[in-house]
Design a protein around this ligand. Structure first.
Ligand SMILES: [Zn+2]
Ligand SMILES: [Zn+2]
Length: 336
């Protein structure tokens, strides 16, 4: 029996069910793992995602996009295959795609993480025959500290800045990372201000029932009214002289898995680097791949070649799928 998913120039295609998973070009029917830009591209005739992820996907694709939804674990039959979406623990609404063709199970992980995140449903371990895994951080050097510890570090950095009348500017990817950080903070230390890109996503999270502390869109404040002890959450792209000039006394920090590599903090010339990722670290990847019980592993994203070699040395049937996602740029990555 040929494989249920074929690698095509438009992305992963299931001919038996006539759909693509996270296609990179417009197609007839797209199943979307989550709303990050490298997985959710505009122009397809119809989309399917989780109910939790719909508002985010709609804001990414525009109001005209035709988006249907499934609840987690709800089964949709498309021709001869059964499709269901299962929590990936990555961001609100993120899913793994499970495809069942005559009892042969293929799972596409999308982006995923195992660490606790109060803003989305936790990763659900799935058993399958073929597992298509991301491996953005597929090198043994990537090991994450406990997220609670990182949040404590963020709080003490903020408090220390406030005590010295400095504004704390924390750069974090606007979709997912920013909300995960916010959910771990409260406004007792000082006011929390947000860049417009972050505030827009906060609205979707709050509408989905995720509890976030009070935040204020910074565009509503005049520069002279910005309280010195405030924490500002902004995407890395906001780190430019024009946007930053409203904060004359400041400390800049970046929250990303890439901060695990020391040189990256220096290269970005931020004062602090917090190691916080919405992807799985090396140990999590290895454990997840083993727990699927899959006899075939296919790898995409990041260090796929290195991870494939490591698995092959352990006699695992592992292959790299030629990158069908645009590789996520380091540090400024879509979902680092
Ligand atoms: Zn991704
Ligand atoms: Zn992602």
């Amino acid at each position: 029996m040929n494989e249920v998913l074929q690698h095509t120039p438009s992305g992963l295609y299931c001919s038996a069910g006539d759909f693509y998973v996270d296609p990179r070009q417009p197609v007839n029917r797209a199943i979307i793992t989550h709303a990050h830009a490298d997985h959710a591209r505009a122009g397809s005739n119809s989309y399917l995602c989780t109910r939790d992820g719909k508002a985010l996907l709609q804001s990414r694709l525009g109001s005209a996009a035709d988006i249907k939804t499934l609840g987690y674990a709800e089964v949709l039959t498309l021709n001869s295959v059964k499709v269901s979406l299962h929590p990936a623990g990555h961001i609100l609404g993120s899913a793994q795609v499970k495809i069942d063709r005559g009892g042969q199970i293929t799972v596409v992980s999308g982006d995923f993480k195992l660490d606790a995140d109060p803003t989305c449903r936790p990763y659900e371990p799935l058993r399958c025959h073929t597992f298509i895994s991301e491996c953005t951080f597929g090198l043994p050097i990537f090991r994450w500290p406990r997220p609670e510890q990182v949040l404590r570090e963020i709080k003490s950095w903020w408090q220390a800045n406030r005590d010295q009348n400095r504004t704390s500017i924390l750069f974090a990817y606007a979709l997912g990372k920013a909300q995960r950080i916010l959910a771990g903070l409260n406004a007792d230390t000082g006011p929390i201000l947000t860049h417009g890109a972050v505030e827009k996503i906060n609205c979707c999270y709050r509408a989905a029932g995720v509890t976030l502390p009070a935040t204020r869109y910074i565009g509503e404040l005049e520069s002279s009214k910005i309280p010195a002890g405030a924490l500002v959450i902004a995407p890395p792209s906001a780190d430019n002289p024009l946007w930053m000039r409203r904060f004359p006394h400041r400390s800049r920090a970046l929250a990303s898995g890439w901060m695990r590599i020391r040189g990256n903090r220096r290269r970005r010339s931020v004062d602090r680097g917090f190691v916080l990722s919405d992807h799985s670290d090396w140990n999590g990847l290895v454990k997840t791949i083993q727990n699927t019980g899959a006899e075939k592993i296919k790898l995409t994203h990041g260090y796929a070649a290195e991870m494939a070699r490591w698995l092959q040395d352990k006699q695992v049937d592992a292959q790299v799928i030629a990158t069908f996602y645009r590789d996520e740029p380091q540090v400024d990555g879509q979902s680092s």
